[in-house]
Design a protein around this ligand. Structure first.
Ligand code: NAP
Length: 235
């Protein structure tokens, strides 16, 4: 295949699905991951990428699953040009009520997975002398509300992981970005806030975020490697 290839986690819904649609529109072949296969197949369908996309059911908080995702993308699509890590977990829990398991799950899904995926893709990027990584962080990484101790800490870790990886990647042509939105109109956000608490006209559309992610991968933002790019309608 002649298409550039993007691996997208969290691609079953929300920002990940919107990113799949945007990158398919720009000619990318897709390797999509989430735990729910039917959602991934639906994303391939709405992106019009069934003939140049694969659905890989995976829990990317598991390092072996992240390795398998990258291996499958390379085996079945031939190369990897971009890794977009959208999968996230955002429990709202006071510190005194958070279990150790929930703390670890939050750190592993948001932060550790970014490391597992970058580590797995790095040798291919080195061989190709290039590649792009976009990790989705959150405005909560600099301004968390109460109950977001684990999530805010995980996303702040994502921000610094991105800067560090960008410095390592520069000599071999690997660019790394962190896109950090405020409220986005998705299932995740609506499981936390009702429209009465946070009206729809104040949320970003997932497609707004997806265009910025695509701009990091191949657009004007390609010269912003290492940066955290914050997006919001209201501060
Ligand atoms: P969403 O609509 O709930 O979609 C999340 C996707 O991630 C789903 O496809 C889900 O599928 C997948 N996922 C969750 N855990 C996973 C895991 N362990 N392994 C693989 N896939 C997993 O959420 P969203 O709002 O688009 O969020 C996307 C990213 O944006 C997250 O990193 C989130 O923290 C960040 N963000 C969101 C907002 C917001 O307001 N929505 C604001 C700032 C940042 P399965 O459950 O089937 O695995």
């Amino acid at each position: 295949m002649n298409h550039p290839v993007a691996v997208i986690t969290g691609a079953g819904k929300g920002i990940g699905r919107a990113t799949a649609i945007e990158l398919a529109r720009r000619g990318y072949a897709l390797a999509l991951a989430a735990r729910t296969e039917t959602d991934l197949l639906a994303t391939l369908n709405v992106a019009g990428a069934e003939d140049r996309g694969i659905a890989v059911p995976a829990d990317v908080s598991d390092p072996a699953a992240a390795d398998q995702l990258i291996d499958q993308a390379l085996d079945r699509l031939g190369r990897i040009d971009a890794v977009v890590h959208c999968a996230g977990y955002a429990p709202v829990r006071p510190i005194a009520q958070m279990t150790s398991a929930e703390w670890r799950r939050t750190i592993d899904t948001n932060l550790s997975a970014a490391f597992y995926l970058a580590r797995a893709a790095w040798p291919a990027f080195e061989r190709q002398r290039g590649g792009a990584i976009v990790n989705v962080s959150s405005l909560a990484s600099r301004d968390p509300f109460g109950g977001f101790a684990a999530y805010g800490a995980a996303k702040a870790g994502v921000n610094l992981f991105g800067l560090s990886a960008a410095r390592e990647g520069q000599p071999i042509g690997v660019r790394v970005y962190t896109v950090a939105p405020g409220a986005v109109e998705t299932d995740m956000f609506r499981s936390i806030m009702t429209p009465e608490q946070y009206p729809k006209d104040k949320t970003l559309d997932p497609a707004d975020v997806a265009r910025v992610i695509a701009g990091c991968v191949q657009g004007d933002l390609r010269y912003a490697s290492g940066e955290v790019i914050y997006l919001h309608k209201t501060l």
